[in-house]
Design a protein around this ligand. Sequence first.
Ligand code: FES
Length: 272
Amino acid sequence: MSGTVSPRMMLNRNQGAGHTDRRDAWWLEPVLTVLALGLFTAYAIWSVMQNNHYVWGPYLSPFYSPNLAEMFPAIKDWFAFSPAFLVLWIPLGFRGTCYFYRRAYYRAFFWDPPACAVDEPRGQGYSGERAFPFVFQNLHRYFFYLAALLALLHWTHAFQAFFYQGQFGMGVGTFVILLDAVFLTLYVFSCHSWRHLLAGKKDCFSCDNFTKVRHKAWLKQTKLNEHHMFFAWVSLFTVGFADFYVRLVASGAFQEWNTWGLLAGNVLKAAH
Ligand code: FES
């Protein structure tokens, strides 16, 4: 008999959820993931439900982008909830079907398995992502197109954050919103689906000029893709913080420093 351990044998060895011979802190990553994703999701839903304090001066909270209430004022006549809900499904769908987040929440929330070489709650019956409801994870490539549009929108908000009442300037919020646009873009364009779109399913990279260009783009994107997990986490923090910051300033919880206030002879007061 060969010395290798087949997946079947490993399944038969399942000694109960969480059982392992590992002696390191394997549980730390799932615990931190539950905390981070749980807190972010709870905050995002709470913030979107508020339907207030999402605009201040030239700043728009990214959770309310695009600003549907401003674009279509009649929306409140037929939609009783916060208009942000009409857009929220895009970033949620994109992140929820992201290959990295799938790994993270399958481990942290479903214990499927909780970590490498740690037993999961059940030993058999794995159907992967070919059956309902996880078959919908395959929609990720379509969410990518929508997320790319959202990233573009975030750049327009970052640009607008430099202008208040027609006057060029900047405040702390300008950089908070800019940071959100930068990391959202890095997250979206380090996506595996984008990598596949650039040069997936190509057997020959030197056959014509177009495939050569695609190959170069693929190589560059691969470098970004290697840091996809990092961008996924940082962009989650920057988008949440941008909303939090705009909410604080818009609600009057504190007055931010900005050059518009400075020009008005008041360093600390916001330029309402
Ligand atoms: Fe993570 Fe596409 S794989 S965003």
